[in-house]
Design a protein around this ligand. Structure first.
Ligand SMILES: *Cc1c(COP(=O)(O)O)cnc(C)c1O
Length: 413
């Protein structure tokens, strides 16, 4: 494969220098990390923010009058403002810190879902959802004698919008849909999906786990009612994530977890809940995680989400071209609007074996069902091999992936 590099959109060698973990050998070969879809690597600035917090400012937030507590509280609150800007939410009160995408969806299912769902009601999801955006709704529906409705997809991995339209009925109480598929890379037309739901008075939750790290997200432009993502996929720490919700919806929702920080006053007879966002942040939060997330948002914002998007799209096009030219490789997910995720299967070779052989070449990809078993069923495969890219990957690394796949073919020939 010849590599014809277009004018650089970002300085990838400078970016790579910011990620210490990338500079190591695995099985004697330079590490090629293509598993950002499972979790991203962290720039030094995020690692430094965590160390600085624990070294200099460690203290509980919103409690002490002492200096350390005030510093920790200020950093915590600042990270919330950065997150609000990052999503273009209208107010800091609409930003709830949670553990991650899974936790955010569970919060909405338990709070909003339990409050609004009744027997015979329906929730719409799609065939390409992550288990985290299936199971909370499935269990809620079982509990409430309600029903899950599933938007089908075509062979390219695109939603069938006409079918979605048909599924929207007076019984629909919520649409919960992924922004970007973690397996197919499909970018769903969220604005259109929201518009169609809103015209019938139905709110929409968007699972942004694979979108927020890779493209500019503007929740007001999307119009969605809830948006969730995970810090660890956005080059930040694990254990921290964000739930955005429209103020009026959050205000009317009951708390999800109960305890300290989420209350205004307590007697043994009754409790007055705190204001947003604290009503949904019971207990001591993941302070370091929040501060690390703030550093991650600073990092990607300095580069520019549009630059990241454009650069990664170039990688995707090159990767699709390379992979589709290898005999015996079938790409799963060929949507016209697609993020830099390359899922594939190989004739007669189990994805697990692909992953194992690539690992001997220093290449880290994910193999398995990717927490999307119904989607595997749709494509009639038990698993796929998935290379998921980020702005720290290069075309040269895609060439290494192609050589690794050639090696897999050799081993099984
Ligand atoms: C990773 C992922 C999740 C779950 O995220 P957690 O960080 O594990 O909670 C949900 N949806 C999609 C699309 C994902 O990629």
């Amino acid at each position: 494969m010849t590599t014809s590099n277009p004018a650089p959109i970002l300085d990838v060698s400078k970016i790579r220098a910011d990620f210490p973990v990338l500079h190591q050998k695995v099985n004697g070969k330079p590490l090629v990390y293509m598993d950002t879809g499972a979790t991203s690597q962290k720039p030094q600035s995020v690692i430094d923010a965590l160390v600085r917090y624990y070294t200099e400012d460690n203290s509980n937030v919103h409690r002490g009058v002492h200096t350390l507590s005030q510093r920790a509280t200020e950093e915590y609150d600042t990270a919330r403002s950065k997150t609000r800007q990052f999503l273009n939410a209208a107010s800091d009160q609409e930003i709830i810190f949670v553990k991650g995408t899974t936790d955010g969806i569970n919060l909405v299912a338990h709070s909003y879902g339990r409050q609004h769902l009744g027997p015979g009601d329906e929730i719409i999801i799609s065939t390409m959802e992550h288990h985290s955006n299936i199971i909370p709704w499935q269990v809620l529906c079982q509990e409430k004698a309600a029903h899950l409705r599933i938007i089908p997809i075509n062979d390219a991995g695109e939603l069938l919008i006409d079918e979605y339209e048909r599924l929207l009925t007076p019984r629909t109480k919520l649409v919960s849909i992924t922004h970007v598929s973690n397996v197919l890379g499909t970018i769903n037309p969220i604005e259109q999906i929201v518009e169609m739901a809103h015209s019938r008075g139905v709110p929409v939750l968007v699972d942004g786990a694979q979108a927020a790290p890779h493209m500019a997200v503007d929740v007001q432009k999307l119009g969605c009612d809830f948006y969730v993502f995970s810090g660890h996929k956005l080059y930040g720490p694990t254990g921290i994530g964000v739930l955005y919700g429209k103020f009026d919806l959050l205000e009317a929702m009951p708390p999800y977890q109960l305890g300290s920080d989420m209350i205004k006053s307590v007697t043994f007879e009754s409790t007055i809940y705190n204001d947003l966002p604290y009503k949904f942040e019971a207990g001591t939060p993941h302070i370091a995680g929040v501060i690390g997330l703030g550093a991650a948002i600073d990092y990607v914002s300095d580069i520019g989400m549009d630059c990241i998007d454009t650069y990664e799209h170039g990688l995707l096009e090159y990767g699709m071209e390379c992979l589709s030219s290898i005999g015996g490789v079938q790409i799963i997910g060929t949507a016209s609007e697609k993020s830099a995720i390359l899922s594939f299967v190989m004739d007669g070779i189990h994805p697990h074996d692909i992953g194992t052989i690539l690992d001997t070449e220093g290449i880290a990809i994910r193999t398995g069902h990717h927490c999307a078993q119904p989607l595997m069923d749709r494509f009639g495969v038990p698993a796929t091999a998935r290379a998921s890219l980020a702005f720290y990957n290069t075309r040269e690394e895609i060439d290494v992936l192609v050589k690794g796949i050639d090696r897999v073919l050799e081993v099984f020939s």
